[in-house]
Design a binder for this molecule. Sequence first.
Ligand SMILES: [Zn+2]
Length: 418
Amino acid sequence: MLRARMDSPPLVLHVAAAVRDAAGTDASPGAVAVLEGRILGSGALAAVRRAMAGIPHREIDHGNALILPGFVNAHAHLDLAAIGPRPYGGSFVDWAAAVMRERPTDDAAITAAVQTGLRASLAAGVGWLGDIAGSECAVRARLRFDAPLAPGGVSWLECFGIGDAAEAAAERAAQRVLALRAEVPAAARVRVELQPHAPYSAGAALCRRAAELGTASIHLAETSEEAEFVRDASGPFAALLRALGKWNAGIVAQRLSPVQALAPVLAFGRWVVAHGNHLDDDDVAVLTRLPGLSLAYCPVASEYFGHRDHRYRELLARGVNVCLGTDSILCQPPDESQAHGILAQMRRLLRRDDVAPGTLLAMATVNGARALGLPERSATLLPGAEARLFVVELQDPARRPSLTDAIDSGRGRGIVIP
Ligand SMILES: [Zn+2]
């Protein structure tokens, strides 16, 4: 065993024009030392080489590239990966109904879709993800994904039950998630949690139970139709519930925004709320007072549905943990080669809002890690971190490598692990 190790040193130095993370690593030229799946050290090439002197190792030179940590996609729908990008017709309710009709329903198709999404996520540099699983089958497909670098993180089992149906739905959902947790292989690196779907489909009792059981997630403040439903118990979502036979006497007008109506539940436990497209001043104030809350902003999907002026920068400035997600493949541009990745989400914000690249990197890595409750140092290049690297080739060898260029024009080479 020792001889085999000496023949092929397990210590690998990844060398590139620059290395950067959101935890203080920033060097050019740079290197990341990786030993058996863990980062041993990173920083200026000369310093890393000095630290590794005398220890058998091999070097992999990535050339004119920037090494970043793998990204965290905090909101994805892997089981919709088979549907592909889809134009938006202008009605969210019609769109949601179409998704319900078209999503795969048999186990083989669901499993294939999740596997497709996971492979595409890996190729796009996603090291960890929080995916919304529409069924037990989708959770199992993720848990059993047979790849050594399978993204860790959270699989959120989606659950429904509103009004009078919420209490019983909460008990059913708890049983389902506990049964799935018993199936999680030790090496899976994935936790199973609950996602009450949205304020128009999941009642407070269901949300409370999800938060009691761990890190919960929900689609929140996503559309104006959702706000109308919560405030007045009317509008297109009320009509949809009636059409589906899900309307009941317990569904009542709450006279509040979705955020304010759910605030007492959000105050309890850990939450990753997805979207937050429609937030008024009171909603922003509520979100800043919830220490266990993270917001997964999906910029490309948000624009796809026509939402404008997202308040993520204000939320970040006020201390809310804002991270990034893709949402489903349906919302991504058909010409995006890394539609399951986070680089395209960062690029959209860099070009549209001129956000500081360091802020984007934090949203794409450490903020997502905090949202998903990942181990300390995840999605950094710090010693002890799980080694998930994303190598972005830089276009112009004459220019000093910069994070801005990497986000703006770079294409990732995926995760590189010895
Ligand atoms: Zn979603």
